[in-house]
Design a protein around this ligand. Sequence first.
Ligand code: NCD
Ligand code: ZN
Ligand code: ZN
Length: 349
Amino acid sequence: MILKLRRPDDFHVHLRDGEMLRQVAQYTASQFARALVMPNVPPIDTGPQAERLRNEILQHVSPASFTPLMTIRLTEKSMPETIHEAKRCGVVAAKVYPQGVTTGSHGGLTIDQLQQMGAVFAAMQDVGMILCWHGEFPGPGWLQAEQRMLPEIRKVVDDFPRLRQVLEHISTREGVEWVRRCPDMVAGTITVHHLFLTLDDLGGRGKFGRGGMLQPHYFYAPIAKDDSDRQALAEAAIEPSGKFFLGTDSAPHPIDRKFNVDAGCCAAGVFSAPVAMAALASKFEELNALDRLEGFTSAHGARFYGLPLNEGSIVLEKQAWVVPETVAGMVPFLAGEELSWRVAGIDNV
Ligand code: NCD
Ligand code: ZN
Ligand code: ZN
């Protein structure tokens, strides 16, 4: 069986820089026509920095078949002029990282600082730049961090009704329902891994877990929640409203940042780019919703971002394969697991 979809977009990816970028960019570019490149590692706080990273990315992928969409991080130093300059440099979105909640967020914003950002949000609203949220409350209460952040975001939704905003990598039923209740200017991205895993898998006691042992490569932010949350995300991913779309949040880390015996700690992030579209086809088939996959990957996000739909297609084929244990020297998402679909190729016309 063959499934031909309009070429998809990934509205949340970490491509990194330097050697890591060189290694990982091809996995995104071989499936996605465009990807929204996150600004945390390396830190990208201005338009010129985003331009430099875009040029570096384009040394590794063909600009004819892949377009990186650039973002900047909002910091306490961001000013309305930062937004105007970024807009002139072609930046499409700016991202809030609450302080200390994820990889590269030590320079992120406290709730107090967030409340001082009104002029910046107003500038974004004026120039039509999208505001992306890592939606976790900074502070204690890890498992409730997403729910606790929603009222903070809602204040910005109410104060800036023409500002388009995205709740990134939704991880809870409450997050899904909150996006549904918000005006049309608010959307949410859903990752591949949040559709597959629950906290049990991270703890080595779920379907994908192994022998009660902690699974570092299933550790990411926001952390996997329970099965009811996972089901709510699946329902959102297949709904035709246009409010939910794919952002893989593929976030590669060198292996010694995931399994470092000396440091005794593990970075948050899952390298899902190598399996993204194959895993999604397998999941949507399981959900009896293969006909909804194209909306999720290739239409809803582009429409929300005001971009034309991609030309060309990606061809998926129903053929079982086992995800390799390592890709580019890292452990990819679902390593060692069997997937029922694979990417057969790209048709650029
Ligand atoms: C991301 C990373 O490694 O950059 N990690 C993650 O677990 N999602 C950061 C992020 O998106 O929060
Ligand atoms: Zn994040
Ligand atoms: Zn991310």
